[in-house]
Design a protein around this ligand. Sequence first.
Ligand code: HAM
Length: 420
Amino acid sequence: MPEPVSFQAPKGTRDLLPPASGRHRLLIARFAALADAFGYGQIVSPMFEDLRVFERVGASTEIVSKEMFELVSRDDENRLALRPELTASVCRAFAQHRPLTPWKVFYEGPQFRYERPQAGRYRQFTQVGAEALGSDDPLLDVEMIALSWRFYESLGLRQVTLLLNTLGDPEGRPAYFAALESYLRSRAEELSIQSQTTLEHNPLRVLDSKRPQDEAVIADAPLMIDHLSAAAAEHFTAVRAGLDRLGIAYEISPRLVRGLDYYLRTTFEVAADALDSAQNAIGGGGRYDGLVEALGGPATPGVGFALGVDRTLLACDAEGVFDGPTQRPDVFVVDLTGGAEALALVDELASAGIRADRSYDNRSVKAQLKAANRADARLAVIVGDDELDAGTVQVKDLESGDQRAMARAQLLADIKSRLR
Ligand code: HAM
């Protein structure tokens, strides 16, 4: 026999047990229903991809350069990695299958990032999200933001802020990047050591620093929003007008920098004000025209967003909204004949979609009724030897205490009508 050991879920991962897992599942189902109503179909793509798919979309971001889980594969033809996000996979799938456009898809599933775990930051976490490929209409950006915003609203979240920014287009960006870099270099010695390193490979990300030492330099840095090309400015104005038209309030956040490199033009994030500021981004997205091309497809504009399910649920906890689905059984079967009747009744009721539970191990009637109360069941169905002989059952309403006998053949119809 091997030595007894005690295992735990790997660092940064969690087991989701009932009832928490039921709430997680309900949130995903709600998102799928809303995305479906907005005309998005589901894409289910692999959890791992050719590592170069991710390298293509963000080689200079931490998510790709430092946080990827690479797989050791038995054939070493391709280097593979667990997906850190899904936008790259969706664009890879688009380039591979060439569907008709506009192509509107949604997804749900786990993502993997080798991060330092803390509350709301995990190495395996779930996202739901949507992507729309094939149109650069600014009103599609608005639709995407609306889909995410309406979802947060539907959960009951109220303490959330929509942050909006634009990262310009290829016409305006080079001049802005040059201005930003030269400004940051001129004040480099005032920056933290970490931001000095960031400046070397990705000056824009310096704006994302939350370190107090960097605050003063960042406050005076030139902003993309002041260096937009005419076309990018027009796009942004149209996005703002669309949000106004839908009555969706937003804050312009000119220093909002997303953690991935592929964004152009519109970017947005939703912050949960009830969460600690380090982990208060419950969702985000934006436009990424050029990404499909980078993955070998035709030039195709795209826009999308993803929402962190785990963090969104933390925000719901903090606001006391979005209860999970009920675990409450509709019926608890109390069997005084040894257990085989409960077996048959649970089989019949559950097969008809009625949530049914029972006790095991031939417990006493008292113990079984106690278990029914503890489970908070609405009804108890009781069978003893007399009922078995007469082809009847007793049905007890556990809320009112009312109890009556009925023919077993009528049980299903009776329970269905009571639960309606
Ligand atoms: P992202 O901002 O990296 O964007 O992730 C989206 C959301 O996933 C975050 O706002 C956060 O709620 C959640 N999240 C990220 N990392 C973690 C983590 N370690 N633990 C828990 N939750 C986390 C993207 O992934 C883009 N693909 C979004 C997008 C879609 N852009 C365009 N289309």
